[in-house]
Design a protein. Sequence first.
Length: 242
Amino acid sequence: MSGHSKWSTIKRKKAKVDAQRGKVFTRLSKEIIMAAKAGGGDPEGNMRLKTAIQKAKEVNIPNENIQRAIMKGTGELGGGNFEEIVYEGYGPGGVAVMMEILTDNRNRTAGEIRHLFSRYGGNLGETGCVSWMFDKKGLIMVDKASGANEDDLLLAVLEAGAEDMKVEEDSFEIYTEPESLESVRENLAAQGCVIADAEITMIPQTSVNLAGNEAEQMLKLMDSLEDHDDVQEVYANFDITE
């Protein structure tokens, strides 16, 4: 079982619960602000913003909230003073961990993240200590429960311009170049594929096998990092056996 795939599955299920508590609303609103800040408020000319808006709509964030976040990002409204940072560190067993952070107080966030790593047997590292172990890719997930046929889907994936497809326990994972994510997603949707999720992510080049207490601690660390208000995304390179 791939650590990335396992965490992706956990994260997707968790997102549905978090959405009810407003955590996903906050996280996606921040992402819309930063996407608009970086590339402007027009989603047709800003792929990052277009993807963020689509995710926001999937969890039923109201259109007025989306527009307000865009206006904060473009400077038309106040409240968009977030800083984008990547933190890197090591979890139990030497697992590489990368976090995408959006914060309005770098010192506070660094202290809180460092505390979480220490609590669960890891440590926050220097910039660049683990990022070289990951490749940036587009990831599209199709649930097997949608009834997708593997052979038909593979053909559609190749025709859509994707790089690769992997078969996991309950889903098909389709990989693209980051800049091709949206076009591949639209192509697959046009061919009748039911897309469960689509995102830009970091794929580990190698993995660390964990078991017992180390696996337990690693999952607790990932869960705690995901729950932190300033953490947008968490990536790690662990494998956990069934």
